[in-house]
Design a protein. Structure first.
Length: 143
């Protein structure tokens, strides 16, 4: 059984580094991590932290309304397909509703687009390349 809990920014770093920055020389700590409006969620399988996601109050001009950005979402390979990402996003949307946020958006890696589409995220704009990481798409979902 997976449990979703609030965690600190520091608790996200190991999974971000392992999954998102594996052999990639890019920061795994974000300047927004410690902002008062930012929150971080962790997914626990038994007692082990197996998935993380950070939610930052940030606006993209491509979308209207009050917005948060999803950053640094990652799950350990051994729990992929168990619904960890879905549970993280469902909990985040529940929290964002209490903050009267309209939209959650992210810059999704090309290989993750299908995952987000299955959770009602929509691509907006053209694909773009992130140096050292690859092709991304800006995606959003109504909260």
């Amino acid at each position: 059984m997976i449990k979703i809990k609030n965690i600190s920014a520091q608790e996200t770093y190991n999974i971000r580094l392992t999954v998102l920055r594996n052999n990639i020389d890019l920061p795994y700590k974000f300047k927004e991590d410690e902002y008062g409006s930012t929150f971080h969620l962790g997914a626990f399988y038994k007692t082990k932290l197996v998935g993380v996601a950070s939610f930052i109050q940030n606006k993209t001009e491509a979308i209207k309304g009050l917005q948060y950005q999803l950053r640094g979402m990652a799950t350990l390979p051994e729990v992929r397909g168990m619904g960890v990402g879905k549970l993280l996003l469902e909990e985040a949307k529940s929290i964002l509703k209490t903050k009267s946020i309209d939209v959650l958006w992210c810059n999704a890696r090309e290989e993750a687009v299908g995952f987000y589409e299955n959770l009602d995220f929509v691509i907006i704009g053209e694909k773009f390349k992130v140096q050292k990481v690859g092709v991304h798409f800006k995606m959003y979902s109504k909260v």
